[in-house]
Design a protein around this ligand. Structure first.
Ligand code: IMP
Length: 298
C-alpha cells in the first residue's frame, strides 16, 4: 500500500471548516498539512452513493483528481438496527436545515415506535460508524472504518458531545456519549478508531513529533470544538476547557476563572447561530494556550 510522506499536503474533501481543522490537528504531528477543498476552489460533489464508503470514496476521488494531491474524505453517522441502518448516511439530514438534533433524535424515537415499538427492557441496538477514504490523483483509493456498538436510550441524557450523542450508550457502559467527558468519548469513538486504521496504514514508519502531555484531552476538546453546533454544546465545551486548564499543573487559574465567567454569560445571553459558536470555541481553545504547546504550534 502506498504511504503518505512527511511534507505532504493533504486535501480534506470537505467544505466543513471544523472537519478540516480536526484533521489538520491529527496529521500535523506527522509534518503534514491539511488544506480544504473549499480553499482550493474545488466543487462539492453531490453525495449520490448509498453507503458511507461509497460517499467517502466519491468525495475523496473527486478532490484528488481535481487537485492533483492525495485527498481524504470522511462520512459518518448513526445506524439503528431495527430501522435497517437508518438514519445512516442521512444522519445529518434528519436534523434539518438548522441542524437541530433534538428533532433528529425525536424522529429516531418516532420511527422506532412505528417500526414495532420501543421496549426499554430490550433497547434498540445501534452503532456509530465513521468511514475514511484516502484517494490518490490516479483514482486509487483506500477505505478505513471505525465503529462503536451499543444501544439507544430515551429521553436523551447529557449536554456533552454533539449530534445523537445524548441517546447513545456504548456496550459495557451506562453513561450516554452526551454524559461522557469529551476526552473519554474521543478515546474510544468510531472516528478515533477510523483514524487509527488510517494512521497505521498510511503513516506507518513516520515518527510523530514528541507530543505534549495530555494530548488525549486536547484531541477530545479539539474534536468537540470542530463538531459543536449549539449554544448548549458550547457552554459544556467552555466548562470542560476550564477544567482542563485548571487541572493542568495548576496553571491558568485566572484563565479558568475567565472561562467560568464566559460560560455563565453564554448561559444568560447571546443569540443562536451555530457557525459562530464553533468559532468562539476555537478562539477560546487558542486563547487557553493548550493547543499552542505542541511542537508544531498547531
Ligand atoms: P457527516 O458530517 O456528513 O459525516 O454527518 C455525520 C452526522 O452523523 C453528524 O451530523 C451527526 O449527526 C452524526 N454523527 C456522526 N458522528 C457522531 C458522533 O460521534 N456523535 C453523534 N453524532 C454523530
Amino acid at each position: 500500500m502506498r504511504k503518505l510522506a512527511p511534507g505532504t499536503r493533504l486535501v480534506v474533501a470537505s467544505h466543513n471548516p471544523g472537519k478540516v481543522w480536526e484533521i489538520h490537528q491529527l496529521i500535523a504531528p506527522y509534518r503534514m498539512a491539511a488544506v480544504s477543498a473549499r480553499d482550493l476552489g474545488l466543487p462539492e460533489p453531490e453525495e449520490t452513493e448509498t453507503t458511507f464508503a461509497g460517499n467517502a470514496r466519491l468525495k475523496a476521488v473527486a478532490a484528488a483528481s481535481a487537485s492533483g494531491l492525495p485527498a481524504l474524505a470522511d462520512d459518518s453517522g448513526l445506524e439503528v438496527a431495527v430501522l435497517g441502518g437508518a438514519p445512516g448516511i442521512y444522519s445529518a439530514r434528519w436534523a434539518g436545515p438548522k441542524k437541530d438534533f433534538s428533532i433528529a433524535m425525536a424522529r429516531v424515537k418516532g420511527e422506532i415506535e412505528a417500526a414495532g415499538g420501543w421496549d426499554d427492557k430490550s433497547p434498540p441496538r445501534a452503532n456509530f460508524i465513521s468511514v475514511l477514504c484516502l484517494a490518490w490523483p490516479d483514482g486509487t483509493a483506500e477505505i478505513f472504518e471505525g465503529r462503536v456498538d451499543g444501544h439507544l436510550v430515551w429521553p436523551p441524557r447529557g449536554g456533552n458531545g454533539f449530534g445523537y450523542d445524548p441517546m447513545f450508550v456504548r456496550d459495557g457502559a451506562t453513561e450516554t456519549f452526551g454524559e461522557m467527558q469529551p476526552a473519554e468519548k474521543y478515546a474510544i469513538s468510531h472516528r478515533t478508531r477510523a483514524f487509527q486504521q488510517f494512521k497505521s496504514a498510511m503513516l506507518d514508519g513516520i515518527e510523530p513529533d514528541a507530543q505534549a502531555e495530555g494530548q488525549g484531552d486536547i484531541a477530545g476538546l479539539a474534536a468537540a470544538a470542530a463538531n459543536l453546533s449549539t449554544r448548549a454544546e458550547l457552554i459544556r465545551f467552555v466548562a470542560n476547557l476550564g477544567e482542563k486548564v485548571e487541572n493542568d499543573a495548576g496553571e491558568g487559574a485566572a484563565f479558568a476563572e475567565a472561562l467560568r465567567r464566559a460560560a455563565a454569560w453564554l448561559g444568560d445571553d447571546a443569540a443562536e447561530d451555530e457557525t459562530r459558536w464553533r468559532l468562539v470555541a476555537k478562539m477560546l481553545l487558542a486563547a487557553s494556550g493548550l493547543a499552542a504547546r505542541r511542537p508544531d504550534g498547531a
